[in-house]
Design a protein around this ligand. Structure first.
Ligand code: YYY
Ligand code: MG
Length: 150
């Protein structure tokens, strides 16, 4: 089995609106493994590095202001196909285009308040995990694994 890891972050709007528990519950109950978790304030330099692919775009300054406006809940989740499946659970970038049942489709309206970030490829996940969790991740083997994977 190819096990992937994804960087998933509840943005300041999701933290302020009390959605952290629901979001963790969705990934946990689906069967993914929590490998890292912290609530933290984000400085400008980390926000700019995280979103470096968007530097120069019109929404970039607003995005950096938003991500640094309050604590975020940074997480690493692990499991089979977590990068793509994690994005499917999140929904489209614009919450108004996100299907009901997705996180953005259930809780969001505006693009600049879309609640959650999820890595868009295995390569970005590797980069983002290194950036947000330089201290490393927890090592453990969940006992439920044989009841999740065949
Ligand atoms: O990966 P994802 O978060 O779905 O979207 P990205 O295209 O990477 O954009 C990052 C972030 O920037 C997005 O979650 C909201 C914001 N944003 C925006 O405010 N306006 C846009 N036109 C595009 C993106
Ligand atoms: Mg993105």
């Amino acid at each position: 089995m190819v096990t992937e890891q994804s960087f998933i972050m509840v943005k300041p709007d999701g933290v302020q609106r009390g959605l952290v528990g629901d979001i963790i519950k969705r990934y946990e109950q689906r069967g993914y493994t929590l490998k890292g978790l912290k609530l933290m304030n984000v400085d400008k330099s980390l926000a700019e590095k995280h979103y470096e692919e968007h530097q120069g775009k019109p929404f970039f300054p607003k995005l950096v202001d938003f991500i640094t406006s309050g604590p975020v809940c940074a997480m690493v989740w692990e499991g089979k196909n977590i990068v793509a499946a994690g994005r499917t659970m999140i929904g489209a970038t614009n919450p108004q285009a996100s299907a009901p049942g997705t996180i953005r489709g259930d809780y969001g309206i505006d693009m600049g308040r879309n609640i959650i970030h999820g890595s868009d490829s295995v390569e970005s996940a590797r980069r983002e995990i290194g950036l947000w969790f330089p201290e490393g991740l927890a090592e453990w083997t969940p006992v439920a694994k044989p009841w999740i994977y065949e």
